[in-house]
Structure formats: C-alpha cells, structure tokens
Design a binder for this molecule. Sequence first.
Ligand code: IPE
Ligand code: IPE
Ligand code: MG
Length: 248
Amino acid sequence: MTVKPIVLQLPLDLEKEKLPRHVAVIMDGNGRWAKKQGLPRIMGHKRGVDVLKDLLRCCRDWGIQALTAYAFSTENWGRPLEEVEFLMTLFERVLRKELQEMLAENVQIRFVGDLEALPRSLQSEIERSMAETRSNRGIRFTVATNYGGRQEILHACRAIAQQVQQGLLQPEEIDKEIFERHLYTAGISDPDLLIRTSGEMRISNFLLWQMAYAEIYITESLWPDFNRTEFHRALAAYQQRERRFGKV
Ligand code: IPE
Ligand code: IPE
Ligand code: MG
C-alpha cells in the first residue's frame, strides 16, 4: 500500500478566487519565544524552521502560488557572533536536508539578497538548490537571506548607472519595468499580503519597493507559535480588505 501525502483542503470560509497570489512573511519573535521557554535564542530559530516548512506546505495545499520568507536581514549581522554562525549553519543544513523533498513537491526555490557575502559553503548549497529546482512549476518559494530593501535598491541603481555610463541606456528610458528587472526579485510578482509575527508594527527593511501595495497583517503570535489556524485568520482578514490601488 502506498501512503499518499496528506493534502488539507482550503477552509470552507475562504474564497479560492480571492486568495493572495503571493504571501510574504517577516518571521519574527524566535528569540522571545525561546526566552519564554527558558531556552537559548537559537532554539527559537530551530523551531522556526519547522513552522516555515509547514507554512510552505499549507500554501501549496491551499493553492497559493508564491511564498517569500525573510530569513536574515543585512542588519542581522550585528547580532552576537554565535547566533549569526548558528543561523548560517542552520540554513545550510536545512537546505541540504530538504532539497529532495522540495524536488518531490515541485517547489521552485530562489534566494534573494547579497548572497556573495554569505559563507562559501552556504553559497554552494544555495546555488545547488536553485539550479536543481529551477524547472519546478509548483509553488515559488523565495528566501530573503542577507537581504535589505535599501541595499537591493542601491544594487539596482549601480547596475543601471553602469549601463547608462556605457551608453547602453538613456536616463529617460529608465522606467518601472527596467528598474524591477535589476532587483533581486526580478520575475517574481509583488507580494499581495505581508504577515509579520510578534506584534512589531514595522517593515524592518523588507521588500521596500515591492511592498508598495501589499496588505499588511500583524499578529501578536511569536513565529514559532505561528500555525495553520493563524494563517487561516490572516487570509480571512485579507479577503475582507478592499484593495483600491489609489483608485476609488
Ligand atoms: C526572527 O526572530 C529571526 C531572525 C531575525 C533571524 P528574532 O531572532 O528577531 O526574535 P526576537 O525578535 O529577538 O524575539
Ligand atoms: C526582521 O526581524 C528580520 C527577519 C525576520 C529576518 P528583526 O528582528 O531583525 O527586526 P527588528 O530588529 O525587530 O526591526
Ligand atoms: Mg526580531
């Protein structure tokens, strides 16, 4: 007998046509969660990985096309060295461990951020996972690592300025489309819904350009406590919103 993977259906009160196509998450509160349990901060990060895995599966089950997760910001280097090193090793280990399952589940993984500043061995795992899942056409899973919205915009400006300098582009030709082609997220649609856990009411340098018209949902839950029930609540709130995009 073969065991079929369990696919949980979309909750009945959610309308399939009104689901966000792209959900972004600021996974915040790992450290506070660990502290509450009397554990070292890193245990919160470890637990946070399981939560992200389940959210990815849930998005797939419920028919959401893209998920982007903020894993490490350009400012997070300012944390204690042991925590930074733990996170880098954790990312590498998880990638190595999960690649087969991502292939089996048709996940296309992509990393955005200044990847060249990451440890060499992590860069190799990142390159491998992106290359091997490139032709997958299931959910698009983007992980923001050493990512900063300001850094991304500057990086795009530099690349465009170089093209202008070389005479390949006129300044007046620079428009939204050309600019977006130079962002790390080129080819990925803007997030429709941004979820931030742990109650903080800020963006923390995440997807500054892409977030222009995202609906924002903030929950007091700490990331390691986030689950399908919480996600269901966020989607239900999203479906109540009226997205006007500046019109009436
Ligand atoms: C988010 O949780 C994870 C990362 C930034 C890597 P935190 O580590 O920021 O947890 P808190 O906000 O200190 O509780
Ligand atoms: C944002 O969380 C970064 C990630 C979730 C990776 P932080 O914990 O770094 O943000 P601040 O410091 O509370 O703004
Ligand atoms: Mg935090």
